[in-house]
Design a protein around this ligand. Sequence first.
Ligand SMILES: C[S@@+](CC[C@H](N)C(=O)[O-])C[C@H]1O[C@@H](n2cnc3c(N)ncnc32)[C@H](O)[C@@H]1O
Length: 376
Amino acid sequence: MNPAKVLAYLERERTTEITLPATILKALPDDPSAMLTDLSNLKTIRYHGEKLDLHWPPIELVHAEEDVPEPKTEEQDWTTAVEAVRTFSNAALQAMRDALPHIETVLPQQEHVLERWHKALENPGGASWDEAEEAWRAATGGTGTIEYARRCANHLPQLFSGEVDPTTLMFPEGRMDLADALYRENVMGRYQHATVAAVVRALDRPLRIIEIGAGTGATTEHVLGNLHPLTDYLITDVSRYFVDQAGKRFPGNRYGTFDIDADGQDPGEFDVVIAGGVLNAAKDTDASLKRLKDLMAEQGWLIISEPTVEEPWVLMSQAFLMAKPTDARKSSTFLTHDQWREALRSQFELVLDLPHEDHPLHALGHRVFVARKDKR
Ligand SMILES: C[S@@+](CC[C@H](N)C(=O)[O-])C[C@H]1O[C@@H](n2cnc3c(N)ncnc32)[C@H](O)[C@@H]1O
């Protein structure tokens, strides 16, 4: 969202009122194209972020506080979906239990995964993959997630020993369909994507958005669409492969790599940072949250989605792709709900924490958090 583009838009659309980020508003009067732009229709600019000592008569400048209302979710019967997740977890536990006697060599970087297995296997649950597949298909209409988990289940000792590369199981012959399914079939994923998109839409103004760990674009495709035409969307991932795919899937946006573990990256200033299911890949959650905070404009919004309970199927699949964390996750893959609240509150104002306790999906332990960068 550069000032010249904003001015051209205001003139072309004969806009009478608009809401802008403070830093963009500040740059408008001094932009070389401002003198040549006909802004005679423009009466009011509302702005968010730092309070400016700026006057631009006859345009009225109004510093506005912003809030996000809680998004409404679809009313539907979630029983089959919740049951399918449970059966899937039980099939994963069964696969781990069956594989355990065959695990001989364990790479040092996978030792913590084995420790987590022992803890998870205190749960006596079990189910067959056929049961899991049937329940999953009934609930989601697809089976890609189960196919991926089954592929992992067939190679568990080799994943521990390093004889099988875990990425080849997610992208067989370079195909994306299993990875796509993974982030689209799951009921919690669907709830999270819809909620993140609803929060962004509720902001209802031109936004500078960066998405972190956009991966297959499951969150992206929900958020894009119905956004203000001046919105600037930067799609990022640590993986160049995903970034290139995003360029093909979502033309007309900006793309780049961003690593939540690395210092010294400066992609710009943003009103909204979206991080869907990626912060659990951080080596140190607090340090990564700080990096995201540094990307945000004053009063900017952080929208994240995260699991907060151990997921047996992750322990026998994606866990082999994740670096060993150095933070509070000593014996678990994910921070707990309380740990997340604490981590966010230590750096942000926590505004929304969804779904609520009376929501049918609450028990599955996946959260959407919305936090604001305050003026500290
Ligand atoms: C669980 S997936 C997220 C799914 C994604 N939001 C989607 O909708 O498809 C995690 C993503 O985080 C990315 N990722 C892993 N480590 C990362 C890091 N250090 N920095 C940024 N992204 C990372 C992965 O490449 C992957 O695309």
